[in-house]
Design a protein around this ligand. Sequence first.
Ligand code: C8R
Length: 233
Amino acid sequence: PEQKTTTGTLRWKGKGTTPNLKEVILGRCYNYITIVNPELSSKDCHNIWMRLLSAFMYKHPCSMREEDYYPLMNMARHSIPCNKSLFWSKTNNLVHRYTKANHDFITLEDTLLGYIADDITWCGSSDLGINYNSCPKRNECESNPSSMYWKMASKMFAEAACGTVQVMLNGSIDNGAFRNDSIFGSVEILNLNPDKVSAVQVWLMHDIEGPQRPVQLLQCASNPNHATCRLCP
Ligand code: C8R
């Protein structure tokens, strides 16, 4: 799937590395440890940036291995209070509008690893170091730097969860709210520790113009285990 462009960089279908990546990552990291979560003020943002950079720089963007991110993940990881974890799938926009307004729950984007990486792209190029022109999409190759990062950060986020955890799913998509091929369905749910996590509460959200079942939703909110309310019969 690779094509050389005139500048010698590989041409992929996805957006290239975010401009000023270093400044964006450093700025977000310092903002996080200074203002958002001052309990983490002893984290070393400069080192976090260096570890991110060395994970992907000068590498072919389809050859990322989990190990490449171990040093970064070990340096940036932190604990999450019990009963606060909020997972999601296909509800990115809605869930984060909710967490912005209401600080009861923590999504991965509210942790240091999620905060620094949200909505940005990065990938390497074997000859130029960083490819600012284009990066592979998930359907071009699975082991691209961003997909690998979210998979690993999600795995750690799930491993760290304890008590009752929440998940906001999308009840208005065609192939079902719970998908085995999503990160939630293939990574997070499998990495919840049954010795620490006592319950998973599902928030099944429908599009506002979707099927009108307000009464059934209310019934399910108070009887989540009733057969009619289960996601997977
Ligand atoms: N999580 C996964 N992917 C994330 C992410 C995140 O926190 N944040 C962003 N921006 N992304 P989806 P899913 C990007 O299919 O696969 C965690 C990545 O590019 O709607 O079930 C989070 O903890 C990624 O490829 O959902 C959450 O619980 C898509 O968005 C699940 O994993 C994934 O979007 C959500 O992952």
